[in-house]
Design a protein around this ligand. Structure first.
Ligand code: PRP
Ligand code: HPA
Ligand code: MG
Length: 168
């Protein structure tokens, strides 16, 4: 995973915004499933960040078969490696034809690169994308610059902030 400290900008996503963007992603994907499987046959969420977007997409597209894949990234002397901790149902996945793989965002693209190597015919969709990862994703909604850290609603809490014009 990319460290957020060197990121210059922050992009804060509320639940409401996430909901609207995930719905927009679903609408973009609607009707674009492959003919050989009669459209999209299942949604696979990349845990954990892909789970909320995947649920929203599955609801919008009326897909009730939902599975997960868990990918863990490791840093070996700055060479990031990833491996699968939990795979989705192998019989359902096949080569990925008709499967919609959903994640919250693509950053370097390493997570999707690994999943794509396992299911080359799947369709890869994220809500947000950064330029380095864009080649790994077929469909996304909003692009942010590489030096932007995206803050998701499940990682944030409402808190008091001082008025802009202070008391002194
Ligand atoms: O394109 P990449 O550089 O691979 O980064 C993107 C991935 O990193 C984050 O997940 P993370 O591994 O932090 O786990 P989480 O979803 O459980 O928070 C994010 O949810 C993506 O899955
Ligand atoms: O910008 C990000 N935000 C949250 N998690 C992430 N994992 C990789 N990049 C990001
Ligand atoms: Mg993730």
């Amino acid at each position: 995973m990319t460290d957020r400290l060197p990121h210059e900008k922050g992009f804060h996503v509320s639940w409401d915004q996430l909901h609207r963007d995930a719905r927009a992603l679903a609408w973009r994907l609607d009707g674009h499933g492959p003919k050989e499987t009669g459209g999209w046959k299942a949604v696979v969420a990349i845990t954990r960040g892909g789970m909320a977007p995947a649920m929203i997409v599955a609801r919008e597209l009326d897909i009730r078969t939902v599975d997960t894949i868990s990918v863990k990234s490791y840093d070996h002397q700055s060479q990031a490696q990833a491996h699968v901790l939990k795979a989705p149902d192998a019989e359902m996945m096949g080569d990925g034809t008709g499967i919609l793989v959903i994640d919250d965002l693509v950053d370097t693209g390493k997570t999707l690169e690994l999943v794509r190597s396992l299911y080359p015919k799947a369709h890869f969709a994220t809500v947000y994308a950064k330029p380095s990862g864009r080649p790994q994703v077929e469909t996304f909604i909003t692009e942010v610059s590489q030096d932007t850290w995206i803050f998701f609603p499940w990682d944030m809490a409402l808190q008091y902030v001082e008025p802009y014009r202070g008391k002194d």
